[in-house]
Structure formats: structure tokens, C-alpha cells
Design a protein around this ligand. Structure first.
Ligand SMILES: NC(=O)c1ccc[n+]([C@@H]2O[C@H](COP(=O)([O-])OP(=O)(O)OC[C@H]3O[C@@H](n4cnc5c(N)ncnc54)[C@H](O)[C@@H]3O)[C@@H](O)[C@H]2O)c1
Length: 256
């Protein structure tokens, strides 16, 4: 559709399904040179063709690398795979989970499992990308997937909100640490986006109709609308933007 990402190699975690899948396909549509698709499993949660085959059908090289982002060694191996295309220019740390039971009394095991993906996994992914960008002297862009739940708290998602608030601050701190190397780090905070995660999270699924009614645009968001924001943050059109939490929520957090 555009050449906004011409020549750029993109790595996306959690890219088999949902928002990550839309991002991986979206960057290919906007001219990416190659896309490294990474996830625990290759099959999309919502069914249909794999992300890699969709990208390849656009004529863009794509590979799938099985990665559990909570394991540092696996994330390092993922970034090593991007070297066959010349190394990563845009790293999208998107993989994240919710809990079936979250709230003020969240169980310790669940809390630690969620943090290992939503915080450890995002940090490990950003670190591995930054190390490679610095080694190759690339002025890259790193996008961390946060949430509107990382800007405002919700009682039904105490652990999730805590993790996503951490991601928002992580982007600010990394922007400071990596800015002198020419590396930009921003977070994206989606509102209610119609994916399997939203539909399968107890409490959130039921609340989504209420969110929709309170959203100024009166609809849920589409994964492709998050992808568009990531394309902009990965492109040179946002060359002076770093440390920002970018809300893509139909206006939900802007109104009482
Ligand atoms: N859907 C929403 O309304 C919404 C709103 C705000 C933020 N988000 C965030 O957007 C991101 C994507 O969410 P989604 O709605 O597309 O969810 P999804 O469940 O559809 O997709 C998430 C993907 O991450 C993968 N994943 C889970 N654990 C992983 C791990 N340890 N290592 C690697 N991959 C792993 C899953 O296999 C899945 O393919 C998440 O970080 C989520 O918190 C979603």
C-alpha cells in the first residue's frame, strides 16, 4: 500500500494471532523488506492461513521462529534469525497474556506467569533487539505493546494492569537509555480490540459491550488499526517520537 517501511526488517512476537498477526501482515503491506514472525505456535488462534503464508503471498520474505518470550535464550535466538535479512530495524514486542482469574486476590502462580510474559518477555525482546541494533549501528525503532489498562487501572485485571503500566514506563526508561544510540522506543496502548484474547478473557469479554458504548467512536477497534499505529512508529514519519505511550482506543480514556 505504501513504501513507509521500505528496506526495513521487522520482527514481531506473538504474531501468529490477533494484533501481532495484523502487525506482521501490515508491515509487509507497507513495504517491509522481510518479516520474522514469532510465537509459541504457528497456527492462528482465530483459524485461517498462517501469518507467514499471508505475508509470503504479498511477495515479501517471511519466516516463522518458535519462541517463548519469557525465555531469554529463545529471544536471543529469535534475533539471531533476523541476521539472515541484515538484522532488525523494527522490533515489535507484542506477545502478552491475560488471566482467567485476575483481580485483587490474584493467585501468586498466575501473577508470576503473567509477569514472565508481559514484563520479562517484553524486556528480553527489547534488550535483544537493542543489542543487535547497537552492534550493527542501526537507528532502529522498538515498539512495546502495552494497553489502555496500563494507563488506567481496572479492578478485574489487577495483575494485567500492573504489567501494562510497567510496559509504559519501560518504554520511557528504554527511550532514555537507547536514544543516544539513535534507537527510539515507544509503547502502544490499545483500547478494546476484537481478538481471541478479548473474547476469551472472563469479565473483560462481558465488559466489552459497556466499553463500546462509552467509546466516543462507539465501536471496538480492529487489529489492523493497531497495526497502522505500529507502522507509523516504525517509519521515519515518527523520527522525533520516542518514549511515548500512544493510545489507540477510539477515545475511550479521553472521556468521563
Ligand atoms: N485485544 C485487546 O483488546 C488488547 C487490548 C490492549 C492490549 N492488548 C495487547 O495486545 C497484545 C496482543 O493481544 P491480542 O489481543 O492479539 O491477543 P491474542 O491472544 O490474540 O494473541 C497473542 C499472541 O501472543 C502469543 N503468546 C502468548 N504467550 C506467549 C509467549 N510466552 N511467547 C510468545 N508468544 C506468546 C499467543 O500465542 C498469541 O498468538 C497483547 O500484549 C495484549 O495484552 C490487547
Amino acid at each position: 500500500m505504501t513504501a513507509l517501511l521500505a528496506g526495513k526488517v521487522v520482527v514481531v512476537t506473538g504474531a501468529a494471532s490477533g494484533i501481532g498477526r495484523a502487525i506482521a501482515v501490515g508491515v509487509a503491506q507497507h513495504g517491509a523488506k522481510a518479516v520474522v514472525v514469532s510465537d509459541l505456535v504457528e497456527a492462528p488462534r482465530e483459524g485461517g492461513p498462517t501469518t507467514t503464508s499471508e505475508i509470503q503471498s504479498l511477495g515479501v520474505p517471511a519466516i516463522f521462529v518458535r519462541t517463548n518470550v519469557s525465555q531469554r535464550a529463545e529471544v536471543d535466538a529469535l534475533l539471531a534469525e533476523s541476521e539472515q535479512f541484515g538484522g532488525v530495524d523494527l522490533m515489535v514486542c507484542n506477545a502478552g497474556i491475560t488471566l482467567r482469574s485476575d483481580g485483587a486476590d490474584v493467585a501468586e502462580d498466575d501473577y508470576r506467569r503473567l509477569m514472565s510474559v508481559n514484563l520479562d518477555g517484553v524486556l528480553f525482546s527489547a534488550q535483544a533487539a537493542a543489542r543487535q541494533m547497537q552492534a550493527l549501528s542501526k537507528p532502529g525503532s522498538i515498539v512495546l505493546m502495552a494497553s489502555m489498562g496500563g494507563v488506567s487501572g481496572a479492578g478485574m485485571t489487577v495483575a494485567y494492569s500492573t504489567s501494562k503500566g510497567g510496559v509504559v514506563l519501560m518504554a520511557k526508561a528504554l527511550a532514555d537509555a537507547l536514544g543516544p544510540s539513535g534507537i527510539r522506543v515507544n509503547s502502544v496502548c490499545p483500547g478494546t480490540i476484537d481478538t481471541a484474547l478479548l473474547r476469551n478473557t472472563p469479565g473483560v469479554a462481558e465488559a466489552s459491550e459497556g466499553f463500546r458504548q462509552r467509546t466516543p467512536l462507539r465501536r471496538l477497534g480492529k487489529p489492523s488499526e493497531i497495526a497502522d499505529a505500529v507502522v507509523w512508529l516504525g517509519s521515519d514519519m515518527s523520527s522525533y517520537v520516542t518514549g511515548v505511550p500512544l493510545l489507540v482506543d477510539g477515545g475511550l480514556l479521553s472521556v468521563l
